[in-house]
Ligand binder design. Structure first.
Ligand code: FES
Length: 166
């Protein structure tokens, strides 16, 4: 599978923004991540083929960045900060609370992250890269459930509103 006609046109628009096509590697990876729900081996192949790179080069770039998911993560990525400001304001406890709450969930992925640059909201978290905080464990679960039910609209797991490059 290569890019569809629509994807190819979008990829061409993205590449046109850069002096060198390989500079479009990250936005194209976001595009395939939103298409497939994670960066699949096929997504790596598609980006590599389009840019004239080897899959190993694309995978090497992709694996450096934590915002690219190389295995399925579900629909909601919840990033909980446990760095200094959040550490002293309950970030680790918030992370552990959510980790246990969603341990068996297929659609909510809980991850521990470094400083989100939202220290004034400590303990802070992001849901698909939207900032929230400060939150207790119960407030965080309530917020996640409102996204899960559709009451609140989440961005894609790449942080875009509708899918596609960031
Ligand atoms: S330490 Fe948590 S957002 Fe900065």
């Amino acid at each position: 599978m290569a890019f569809s006609g629509t994807e190819r046109r979008r990829a061409e628009e993205i590449v046109a923004r850069y002096p060198q096509s390989r500079s479009a590697t990250l936005p194209l990876l976001f595009m395939v991540q939103d298409r497939d729900g994670w960066v699949t081996p096929q997504g790596i192949e598609d980006v590599a083929e389009f840019l004239g790179l080897t899959p190993a080069v694309v995978l090497g770039t992709c694996s450096f960045y934590t915002m690219f998911k190389l295995s399925p993560v579900g629909r909601l990525v919840v990033s909980v900060c446990t760095n200094v400001s959040c550490l002293v304001n309950g970030g680790p406890q918030l992370h552990e609370h959510l980790r246990r709450e969603y341990a068996r969930s297929d659609d909510v992925f809980i991850e521990e992250v470094e400083c989100l640059a939202a220290c004034d909201r400590a303990p802070a978290l992001q849901i698909n890269y939207d900032f929230h905080g400060p939150l207790t464990g119960e407030q965080a679960v309530d917020l996640i459930e409102r996204h899960r039910s559709g009451e609140l609209t989440a961005r894609t797991i790449s942080g875009t509103a509708t899918g596609g490059e960031v």
